[in-house]
Design a protein. Sequence first.
Length: 236
Amino acid sequence: MGGSFLLKVLIFVLLIISVVMHELAHGAVADANGDPTPRLAGRMTWNPLAHLDPLGTIFIILIIFMGVPFFGWAKPVPINPTYFRDYRKGMITTAIAGPFANFSLLILCMGILYFMYIFRASPDSLIAGMLGIGVLINFVLMFFNLLPIPPLDGSKVLMQFLPWKHQMAFLKMEAFGFIILIALLFTGVLGTLLLWAFGGLTWATLQMFGPDFTMYIAQADPTGMMIHVINYYFAG
């Protein structure tokens, strides 16, 4: 799939779709747990404008089209946990819903790629490239949001397994969460963690589907990320 600008546009479009799915999942599960707040706030919609944060979207554009080393974000889904029928269950399931939505999209993209592999479709086609980007984007979103750093989803899950006083101490970290993430990004720790995580995904794919399909996914990914991981961890 040629064309650097086309690739960047596809990454942007697929990222927005994945982010909308992530946020919509938070709202839907909160609503299912008895909290009407996301619905009343207009967040139970496929309209990306309801979910995108203006500044966060600008950073997404700068990252994709200009290579700015930073990260973007969407509007947090407003919830009121006092509405939850079961507070702990509601908090855990609502928090995990976003990453699970990204995991589901990742599995969907890999599943379609597997059928394409079985029927010997070219991994260089536009559809294969879009699916390869879908695997990459949704894995990154899932992994990033599961980090136990406030205000990310992983921190909200972790809090429910801590004693009350430790929950309050952990909650105070939220004011410094953005600073912690920036520090992890610019020290290279976040990149290293992501590389390890991609190594784990590649290893799992190798174990379940073998090297041929793993290489097919890698060839379908026009960013070259999976090829890099294979060369880094598994070549030789």
